[in-house]
Design a protein around this ligand. Sequence first.
Ligand code: ZN
Length: 158
Amino acid sequence: MSPLTLRVFPDAVLRDNCTPVERFDSTLRDLLAEMLVLMRARKGIGLAAPQVGLCQRLFVAEIEDRPLCVINPTIQPLPGEAPFCEGCLSLPGVEVNVTRPASIVANGYDEHGQKRQWPATGLWARVIQHETDHLNGVLIIDHGPPLANTDSTTGNIL
Ligand code: ZN
């Protein structure tokens, strides 16, 4: 596989509605591993397939050294919303205050094709929803206006 390159707005692939993954093989696991490497190198905590030019329903995330790979996710929101300042590797220097459900249950598959359920709250709920947005062609700029001061980034680059 050729090295992955980060796609930035307004690259059209970021607006694609991604296709479900059907094959859970070593090619898929190699891709997820490479995405984690790229995400860490860019100091992000999440990275979705369209951000590397691939129209597939999968993403990686990592918080406090705990990596997560999610394939074909669906999100079940729980009651209660919270605002949070989000950045995005595909929108350098842009931050948007995004209101989302504070807690969710994510359903999907892990890198081995095992059906999984991930209850998530706080930053985990945030990153899972942000990355799932990417799989539907949705970006943070669709959730609200970019914040004026982008000098001091929050470090929450999803
Ligand atoms: Zn993003």
